[in-house]
Write a protein that binds this ligand. Structure first.
Ligand SMILES: [Zn+2]
Length: 599
């Protein structure tokens, strides 16, 4: 990523004073939190089942306060680490935060375990009690793990192994983060990170795109064996813990966290695979637009039309308008976060890449990080992160802290929806035809990346877990074979895959951190497509129901939360409705390039 002081978001940095005044106070707060947790554990241990509904409510309220304070103090350390990684005070604080967070987790683990230890009849009686309403759904979902939970001592022993397991994750991440190769991007040879090499896929110069990917794959050759060893160790470990717990399906832990039935996920993935043709249709058209017989992988995201620069203040106004147009309260939340210094948009050395939102607690407005480089695409990222922020804010207003945060799949729905609204608005208001075409193509290709590619990745993982489960080692060669096979199922002959791309699996962090994470993006994008179509059809009716959905947080299941919005996850027609909207986006992109051709 280019970092230049001429970028318009220069100086747009977080003000962390809503979290902590300084590191010294944060250190004192960690000590205080540890003391509070010890006191809580001394008083409450052994009482979860015997407290009765009222007592359990008090216990959970107290725990809710404590975990919110942990979240605030923890995020202060994370926020500093993510924006100023080279500072020694920051590094010490981050180390302290990791140690303290693990200690606190162990101290507080008994609440979940005692809740799970209850007999079904006892738990069901408590779940009926009015006092426990704010926690009811989360408590019920937690019980689903009961058959797979081990005695407390064994759980603690498993917890204690965590640093050793995360060492594999760290090794994987560090190898990628420190991998730099000389590349000439037009200003002479310079060391390039993987992210920077990958960013050339959006470059208008084809030679540069092809060269950047070739250099990337060459560099991956040197690390692929170690990356495969890390993945093999992690998958092997997860499967052996699954066997200890008696978990039959490697996807179960992710599905359970997403509160989605395996059948619903499988039906969605099948529907997606049946629509791979939609992607291929666009790639064939795009090859024509670029004057090629066939796209190479490096051309997949090549710019179509043209991009204009957008100053930070203009981006803020656009996202504000887009959210406010839906409902003024969403615009107010956005403005409050911007005005209070809760947005860090300036790219700079020592800051992490990417973008995220952290909805800290019931008393602190969300914090958003992104790297704003004056591209239209960055405006879309800003809208996406504020989809998370308004969801977090509205659900934390209404729900207990424990009941606000949904699983990954549902969590990406409001962000993707906010992103779709912002893009629709940008397209409608754009006067320059070439920029309009760029936005149309980017919207269609973004949907392909999250719906098709992420599903393809989840299938790849399915093969890896199956092979490892049969006692086959996940070597670089075996993973490469599976990777190419799934990629060919998607692209078929619409895109030519270079030989080096067989190592494309080796730099995907999701595989390492959360198994089967990637289907969440596909789910969210499809659901958001469906919601966007319903909003367009009847905005008056849709908007209040959607605000209610946002405020409901994780107090009900995705099925129950989405049904009032017209999305029934068990109905196959739901995916057909979403694909009609997806098709509309691709068709509009095709019409856009046709017009540009004719002009
Ligand atoms: Zn997101």
């Amino acid at each position: 990523m280019a970092v230049s002081s001429s970028l318009s978001a220069t100086g747009v940095r977080w003000d962390l004073s809503d979290l902590e005044p300084d590191a010294e106070q944060a250190r004192r707060d960690w000590d205080d939190l540890l003391a509070r947790a010890r006191d809580f554990a001394e008083r409450r241990r052994g009482t979860v089942g015997a407290a009765g509904a009222e007592g359990l409510r008090e216990l959970l309220d107290e725990l809710d306060e404590l975990t919110q304070d942990i979240s605030r103090v923890h995020f202060y350390a994370t926020a500093r680490e993510h924006t100023d990684a080279t500072d020694s005070e920051t590094n010490d604080l981050a180390t302290l935060a990791r140690d303290r967070a693990a200690d606190l987790e162990s101290l507080l683990l008994f609440v979940e375990l005692e809740w799970l230890a209850l007999e079904d009849a006892e738990a069901d009686a408590l779940l009926e009690a009015a006092e426990l309403e704010p926690y009811r759904h989360r408590l019920r979902v937690a019980r689903e793990e009961k058959p797979y939970v081990l005695p407390e001592g064994e759980e603690q022993a498993l917890n204690a192994r965590r640093p050793a397991i995360s060492a594999w994750e760290s090794l994987h991440g560090r190898q990628l983060a420190t991998l730099t190769v000389e590349f000439d991007g037009g200003d002479g040879p310079e060391p390039h990170t993987i992210d920077r090499l990958l960013s050339y896929v959006h470059h208008p110069d084809r030679e540069l795109r092809l060269a950047a990917l070739a250099v990337l794959y060459g560099a991956l050759e040197g690390v692929a064996d170690v990356q495969a060893a890390c993945y093999d160790a992690l998958v092997g470990d997860r499967l052996s813990i699954d066997r200890l717990r008696g978990i039959p399906d490697p996807m179960w832990p992710t599905n359970q966290r997403n509160e989605l039935d395996g059948d619903v996920v499988e039906a969605m993935m099948r529907a997606i695979e049946e629509h791979y043709l939609l992607g291929r249709r666009w790639f064939v058209r795009k090859a024509e637009v670029l004057g090629l017989d066939r796209l190479q992988l490096a051309d997949q995201y090549a710019p179509v039309g043209s991009d204009r620069r957008v100053e930070w203040t203009e981006a803020v106004a656009m996202v504000d308008d887009s959210l406010r147009d839906f409902d003024p309260r969403l615009g107010d939340i956005f403005r409050t976060c911007v005005d209070r210094g809760h947005v860090d948009a300036e790219p700079r050395p020592g800051k992490v890449g990417g973008a995220y939102c952290n909805s800290v607690s019931k008393t602190v407005f969300p914090f958003v990080l992104l790297n704003y480089t004056d591209q239209l695409r960055d405006v879309v990222t800003l809208a996406h992160e504020f989809g998370h922020a308004v969801h977090g804010t509205l659900s934390l207003e209404r729900q207990a802290y424990r009941s606000y945060h949904t699983g990954l799949a549902l969590a990406e729905v409001p962000s993707t929806f906010a992103q779709l609204l912002a893009v629709e608005r940008l397209i409608d208001l754009e006067e320059d035809p070439a920029t309009r075409v760029m936005l149309l193509a980017d919207r269609a290709e973004g949907a392909m990346a999250s719906i098709f590619r992420q599903t393809m990745m989840a299938r790849f993982e399915g093969h890896a877990y199956a092979a490892r489960g049969e006692g086959k080692a996940l070597t670089s060669e075996r993973l490469s074979g599976m990777w190419i096979e799934e990629n060919e199922r998607y692209y078929d002959d619409s895109i030519q895959l270079p030989d080096g791309y067989r190592l494309g699996w080796s730099y995907i962090p999701h595989f390492i951190h959360v198994r089967f994470y990637t289907y969440a993006y596909a789910f969210a994008h499809l659901v958001a497509f469906s919601l966007a179509a319903r909003y367009r059809e009847d905005p008056e009716r849709f908007a209040p129901a959607y605000l209610e959905f946002l405020a409901s947080g994780a107090s009900r299941s995705p099925q129950e939360l989405l049904a009032p919005l017209g999305v029934d996850l068990r109905d196959p027609q739901t995916w057909a409705h979403a694909f009609a909207e997806f098709d509309r986006c691709v068709t509009e992109a095709e019409a856009g390039v046709d017009e540009l051709d004719a002009a």
